[in-house]
Design a binder for this molecule. Structure first.
Ligand code: PXG
Length: 287
């Protein structure tokens, strides 16, 4: 496996960054998780746009422009001869000293691209639907660390994931600081009620899969709403599903012990999954 590291391709065991890198010391950096399907990178431009938006707010200056970054990703996929891949792009503020002051990072940012295979959840969960819970850890307050930033600091989500795991679940709903449903630890959440689609408007990442699903639903003449959402509304939904690059679209059939709809993946959910797979099979940057 070849890893892209600051313009060079190196073997996995040679792909190393300094222990003084502020990404390592402080989670001071940004990342993206991207997928390719049969040599088509899905929504590459959108992912790169989001990466540069996060870097902009963090005031991390990248040595590559967006076009060069996309080329580096494509080159990494080609050199590894991967047809279907999960692509992890990591950018860090680079090497500094042991203080958190970013001004001490005088060198270049680090840019790392890893391509590999990924299966997040067992296939059975996609057919039968998954059961999730709400966890006590709330999603970061946007005024403290905006969930719209895909930063390297994922402890908020990891703490929530630990709570889910401790209770025997692999994914969990996180509420925002006001108690509204925000998203899951690594996925966005959707519900369907009376044929219409709802997803939280606030307190969450602007997921690329989320946006693709909103577009697919609109094309299918399903009314879509980005809105405040309570747990009660999730419990009484007809259907529920999660979206994410890694998870794709996964049906949810039970939340906090409440059966959702008929307790099986819903028809609109299954139709959206079918349409999503058709989209990923034809849309994307070719390599
Ligand atoms: N919310 C959060 C907090 C995420 O981290 C999503 C939503 C979905 O966004 P996209 O753009 O992928 O549709 C994410 C991204 C993992 C893993 O291993 C999951 C994500 C990122 C990295 C790793 O579970 N999800």
């Amino acid at each position: 496996m070849k890893i892209y590291l600051n313009g060079k391709f190196v073997e996995k065991d040679q792909a190393k960054v300094s222990v003084f890198d502020h990404g390592f010391l402080y989670g001071d950096g940004a990342f993206e998780g991207i997928r390719s399907y049969k040599r088509l990178v899905f929504k590459l431009e959108e992912h790169i746009e989001r990466l540069y938006e996060t870097a902009h707010t963090l005031m991390i200056h990248l040595q590559l422009n967006k076009k060069q970054m996309m080329q580096a990703i494509v080159d990494t996929l080609k050199i590894n001869q991967l047809d279907d891949a999960y692509i992890r792009v990591i950018v860090t503020r680079g090497e500094g000293d042991l203080g958190l002051d970013p001004r001490k990072c005088k060198g270049n940012s680090n840019i790392i691209i890893i391509t590999d295979k990924i299966t997040l959840y067992p296939k059975e969960m996609y057919n039968k639907g998954m059961e999730i819970i709400t966890v006590p850890t709330v999603r970061n307050n946007p005024e403290a660390l905006n969930p719209m930033l895909k930063s390297l600091n994922y402890l908020n989500n990891i703490l929530a994931k630990i709570e889910a795991n401790n209770s025997g679940f692999c994914e969990a709903i996180m509420l925002d600081h006001q108690g509204y449903v925000a998203e899951c630890t690594g996925d966005n959440i959707f519900i369907i009620k009376k044929g219409e689609l709802f997803t939280p408007s606030q307190g969450r990442l602007r997921g690329i899969t989320r946006e693709a699903v909103l577009e697919l639903a609109a094309k299918s003449k399903i009314k879509t709403h980005e809105t405040f959402m309570t747990r009660h509304e999730v419990y009484i939904a007809d259907e529920c599903f999660l979206t994410g690059t890694a998870a794709e679209i996964i049906p949810v059939v039970k939340v906090d012990g409440r059966v959702i709809g008929d307790g099986v993946p819903g028809t609109i959910t299954m139709d959206l999954i079918k349409k999503f797979h058709l989209l990923t099979a034809k849309d994307g940057v070719k390599y």
